[in-house]
Design a protein around this ligand. Sequence first.
Ligand SMILES: [Zn+2]
Length: 342
Amino acid sequence: MRRFHLIAFLLCLSVAAVAQTPRLTLKEAERLVPRELRKPVKSFIPGSRPAAHDTLDTSNPAVKLVLCTDGTWHYSRDLSALADSAVFRKCWKTGEINPYRTRMQDLPWRVTLILADSASRYCCPRQVKVFSPFGHRRHRDHTGVDLPLPTGTPVYAAFDGRVRCSMYNRGYGNVVVIRHASGLETTYAHLSERKVQPGDYVSAGDVIGLGGSTGRSTGPHLHFETRYEGYAFDPQWLIDFQTGTLRHGYFVLKRKNLSPMSKYYPESEEEEEEIYKTEEEERAEAERIAKEMAAAKYHTIQSGDTLLGLAAKYHTTVAAICKLNGITPSTTLRIGKKLRVR
Ligand SMILES: [Zn+2]
């Protein structure tokens, strides 16, 4: 009986692969395809899966059907089938943490990263409250999140992928960089020990090293980064580290996220709408902001200046100046401080 189900199932799978699907516009496709992937993905608990008993091919050479000893089955992605694909060849350097030389203006406005689906799991690299967030700092930008952990604690691969770097670096200490099929790279730094070698294929939940405090570090913690084409973005866009949950099975990464100024903010209705903006809308918005920045005018406060006086001088209103600078009409104007007036 079980065998019959399996055959019927495999048949469906190959039929689905051959069937012609009508062409969708980009917007329609985006609305449809990721719908199921919008659900949060719970972290895989390492060691919780029963042993594999048999592995069967599917119509997709990179996807296998794994039968387990307890009678259950699941899909598994075989990334070695993608060894020759562009994603594992482009800028593939094993001794350089960031080998990309991509110019920001050559990146797409947005790219949909499939993080976990029915054939690939997700595992939180370390479930704990973020100790130090990603982003702009007074002296130096922080390109990842810091997650405290005792030395020797296992650190898990977040997604299926291929190890690009496993090396020692003065800043990062013992560091592992994994490239994933979506082009995303994840970095695990300050490890006391590395458990993988460049070229290794790893599954989400595999132990890639042990926590430590090597390199430029003041105490045991995991410095975890997410990068695309070498540009870091806030890992909290993807993962809620406190609960260990992946926010969605996919993430629409926008060019504007690839900046130390773009920190994660909790989701809102607006963000959901934002995801469905077309590329033209996105470009128009970027152009509007650039134009606005170019037209911006600043005034250095001198003795005797008042908001009312500045509003009159620059043909604007007190309310407009307040809004531009995040101040109120009663804010004291300090001499020498710059105010944006337009
Ligand atoms: Zn850090």
